[in-house]
Structures are given as structure tokens and as C-alpha cells.
Design a protein around this ligand. Structure first.
Ligand code: FE
Length: 213
């Protein structure tokens, strides 16, 4: 078992690197050090860590959020409950996690467009969108989403009408947000599964809209 100081003193760097084709980054080294010390102290066990990594790398992702959106588009009663109590309503579909202590769903309308950010770090609705993209965690996005949201949307190729109100929601460790995009024109005859297939991760962050094509 490596300990924290040994990792940072470099005594075990060669051993760690031998398992990889290229040197570990500073962040990877820090993660390994933290993992080692938590395991050594008995705070977590390896099986629990492996399960968490498997869930968020392989089982949870935007396909879950897309199912929530498609259900909301096709079931007004579900949508009303989703907007008033996101976490409990999403749990009805077998989704949700203690990591999203509170999950608030913000509905886009023809006059209001929502987007989410975590200005402090990277808080994100993991249980319905999986792991956040790197740009979501970047300083330029975290700062400009607040100071220049329309500029950020333009960077994503999204030019909203000037009279559309843009609302930016700042996530925290205890309060996560997800955007319910507008149902696109031309989708009236699509099934719930077909609708879900149209919904992208970025549309649920608010840096894109959903279209039929
Ligand atoms: Fe955060």
C-alpha cells in the first residue's frame, strides 16, 4: 500500500508509471495518493470505490436524463411533478443518487432559456447526466457563463433571439440543476424512445437546443 508522502516524494513513481504508457499527471497522482490513504485508514474499501467508478463511467450518463426529458414532454402530469420536485420524481424512474442532494429541473420556454454552471468547481447532476465534460469544469466556462452567457452560447453555436431571457443557475454541492429543453417542432409523432434519442447532454446543460434532424 502506498502512503501519501511516499507518492509525493517520488519513491513509487516508477512503480506507478510502469502500469501506464505515459507519466501520470499531477491530478492523477493526487487522486492515487488520496485513494491510498483513504483505503489505508479504512474510510473506504476497494470494492466500494470500484463500484462507484463503474457506475459513473459505464452505467450513468446523459441517456438517463434524456429519458426524463422525453417522459416530461409526453406526460404533463409527470412534468409538473418533475418541476416541483425533481429528485423525487426522477427517482420514480429508478434514477437518482445521494450525490444529487437536491435536483432542480428548470424548464425552457419560448421566452426563457436556462443554462447551468458551477462557478466554484464542477457540481453537476451526476445521476442523470453522468460525468461532466471537461469544458464544464474549465475556468473560462465557469466565469463567462455568468458574465457573458450569450457569448458562451454563441461559442456553442447557439444564437438565441434577443428577446429571449437567459437564466444561469449556479450549482452547489447540495443543489444541482438540470435543464428541461423545449420539445422541438416536428417531433409531434415521435415515440417517447424516439424523443429521448434526440436529447443531448448539452441541451440538458443549456448550451444547446434540441432539434429534429
Ligand atoms: Fe462545484
Amino acid at each position: 500500500m502506498l502512503n501519501f508522502l511516499e507518492v509525493f516524494s517520488g519513491q513509487h513513481l516508477n512503480m506507478i508509471n510502469s502500469k501506464h504508457s505515459k507519466p501520470l499527471s499531477d491530478v492523477q497522482l493526487r487522486v492515487k495518493a488520496l485513494e491510498s490513504i483513504l483505503l489505508e485508514k479504512g474510510v473506504v474499501d476497494q470494492n466500494t470505490l470500484d463500484t462507484i467508478v463503474d457506475i459513473y463511467e459505464n452505467r450513468v450518463g446523459p441517456h438517463l436524463g434524456a429519458k426524463v426529458v422525453a417522459r416530461a414532454w409526453t406526460n404533463p402530469e409527470f412534468k409538473n411533478r418533475l418541476l416541483s420536485n425533481g429528485a423525487a420524481t426522477i427517482a420514480e424512474l429508478g434514477m437518482g443518487s445521494i450525490l444529487d442532494v437536491q435536483l432542480v429541473v428548470k424548464e425552457n420556454t419560448p421566452t426563457v432559456h436556462n443554462m447551468i454552471v458551477c462557478t466554484l468547481c464542477s457540481c453537476y447532476p451526476w445521476s442523470v447526466l453522468g460525468l461532466p465534460p471537461n469544458w464544464y469544469k474549465s475556468f473560462p466556462y465557469r466565469s463567462r457563463a455568468v458574465s457573458d452567457p450569450r457569448g458562451v452560447l454563441m461559442d456553442f453555436g447557439l444564437a438565441l433571439p434577443t428577446d429571449t431571457e437567459v437564466c444561469v443557475w449556479d450549482s452547489t454541492a447540495n443543489m444541482r440543476y438540470m435543464v428541461l429543453p423545449l420539445r422541438p417542432e416536428g417531433s409531434e409523432n415521435l415515440s417517447e424512445d424516439e424523443l429521448a434519442a434526440l436529447v443531448t447532454r448539452n441541451a440538458m446543460i443549456g448550451t444547446a437546443v434540441v432539434s429534429v434532424s
